[in-house]
Ligand binder design. Structure first.
Ligand SMILES: Cc1cc2nc3c(=O)[nH]c(=O)nc-3n(C[C@H](O)[C@H](O)[C@H](O)COP(=O)(O)OP(=O)(O)OC[C@H]3O[C@@H](n4cnc5c(N)ncnc54)[C@H](O)[C@@H]3O)c2cc1C
Length: 446
């Protein structure tokens, strides 16, 4: 079976081979990798020398108890499907990433974060238990109490420990899914860093959009959006069907310097100069881009790279400025530039990306060698600051950058299912130590 399983960055697009779970747990040769909904940006959800195991088909929610807020579902269920089920009962996900078009298994395997990391940490903390299927056909029930090591390695383990079949998660009660948002613009990066301690101390959620193209005294200007579930938020409606759609990829990148300069100016000016509080629908606060189907196609046929880093708080202001200036020096424009704080709530995942500090996300159209050079220069700044790069947004980081980001990666390698591999793991961990355990079943040749 050969189907298209592009990842969100669309840098590498081609038909990819898929397999059945029966192949994985049987004696079929080669390597395998679970595939959720392809919302990872790069190659951590690809396995081009082996086969993918699609998790979406037939996935369903099997139980939800409105008394306890516990939900059990197949790993291929989307977070949007979970929200649609639990919101009428006054529940919400404890942690929701910037899109709800993510599977439960993908959210666990990447231990995703939301706008409330400073309060609640990562998605993995909501996970009560899951069943994990290994290539030896053995199914293990994993929780903090049972098979705890495997539980920790699978959360944030990027699919490498086997197939998460079903999981039970804890949801949180909210007065309304809708959000009481306080938004204001800041005229330079100091405006963000001067405000954020007080903002995070008093709000469940916070996120800032940054105008990556602003220079001089305006460098790092942006809009801060803090929020809390509203006491008087009214009924939470399901998101309306996407009103806009990008059905095909235009022949060139539409998100270029010219269009972005105009967009950024307009977006910045439209935001209130003084904090303004009001109720906003939950879907536009948490998942604004889900309203435009296929927005990633706007980057043109060569796709986009996302660069998400995290760096310590002590030098966060300087590091943020250095990253923005570096992109500017290289003549690169980032459509979506987002700055958030990661708190110190520990994550259960062995390989989880979040750690205390600040995280900056930049999206760049792929202009080939020029973009790759700039991304390497950004990496150097992150490394010098003692930071790390997000593996599930990445398509190109060097093995050295990977090791600097995850110095304990060998513990993960020791927990990897011998029949599971990803392209990301091949070009990072396997390059650092090519003589690692087998890349697939012993009899197989890739
Ligand atoms: C617009 C947008 C906004 C985003 N915002 C955020 C954000 O705010 N925070 C954040 O953390 N991330 C964010 N992301 C990234 C996204 O949340 C993660 O990449 C997510 O894990 C993707 O899930 P998926 O179901 O699409 O899985 P895929 O991308 O298909 O796979 C992700 C990983 O999970 C593994 N996997 C999938 N299913 C299983 C399974 N059943 N068993 C074992 N392993 C499995 C795969 O092997 C792969 O390694 C965003 C992405 C987009 C496109």
């Amino acid at each position: 079976m050969s189907v298209r399983f592009d990842s969100w960055g669309r840098v590498s697009r081609k038909p990819r081979a898929a397999a059945d779970v029966a192949d994985f747990r049987g004696t079929a040769p080669g390597s395998f990798l679970p595939f959720g909904n392809g919302r990872s940006y790069g190659d951590s959800c690809h396995n081009d020398q082996g086969r993918l195991l699609p998790m979406r088909p037939g996935a369903a929610i099997s139980a939800f108890d409105p008394d306890t807020g516990l939900l059990t579902a197949d790993a291929g269920v989307l977070l949007s499907e979970i929200l649609a089920t639990v919101m009428p009962y006054g529940y919400f996900l404890e942690v929701t990433p910037g899109t709800a078009q993510v599977t439960l298994g993908g959210a666990i395997a990447n231990d995703v974060h939301g706008k409330n990391h400073h309060r609640r940490g990562t998605f993995g903390r909501s996970v009560v238990m899951f069943s994990l299927l290994g290539s030896d056909g053995v199914r293990k029930s994993c929780s903090p109490q049972s098979n705890a090591q495997l539980f920790n390695a699978t959360i944030g383990g990027m699919g490498l420990t086997g197939i998460i079949e079903q999981a039970t998660i804890r949801l949180m009660r909210v007065p309304s899914a809708n959000v009481r948002q306080t938004a204001f613009r800041f005229s330079g990066i100091d405006g963000y860093f001067d405000a954020i301690d007080a903002i995070d101390a008093s709000h469940e959620y916070s996120v800032a959009w940054i105008d990556q193209l602003a220079r001089g005294g305006k460098l790092g200007r942006g809009v801060l959006m803090a929020g809390d579930h509203a006491e008087d938020g009214g009924p939470a409606r399901p998101p309306s069907a996407p009103r806009l759609s990008v059905p095909f990829s235009p022949p060139l990148n539409l998100l270029n310097r010219l269009t972005l300069t105009a967009f950024n100016e307009m977006y910045y000016r439209r935001a209130p100069a003084q904090p303004l509080t009001g109720i906003v629908p939950w879907s536009s606060y948490f998942h604004p881009l889900d309203a435009i189907t296929g927005w990633n196609r706007l980057y043109g046929p060569r796709g986009l790279f996302q660069h998400q880093s995290v760096y310590p708080s002590q030098n966060a202001r300087e590091t943020t400025v250095a990253l923005i200036e570096c992109a500017q020096r290289h003549g690169a424009s980032s459509f979506l530039t987002v700055l958030k704080r990661f708190g110190d709530v520990p994550s259960p995942g062995l390989m989880s990306f979040p750690r205390p500090g600040f995280t900056l996300t930049l999206d760049f159209a792929n202009s080939g060698e020029r973009t790759l050079k700039m991304l390497d220069a950004l990496d150097e700044i992150v490394m010098a600051a003692g930071g790390a790069l997000n593996p599930y947004k990445d398509q190109r980081m060097s093995a050295a950058m990977f090791e600097a980001s995850f110095p304990h990666w060998r513990q993960m390698e020791a927990m990897r299912d011998p029949a599971v591999l990803s392209d990301f793991w091949r070009r990072t961990a396997m390059v650092l130590e090519p003589a690692q355990r087998g890349a697939n079943r012993p009899s197989a040749a890739e």
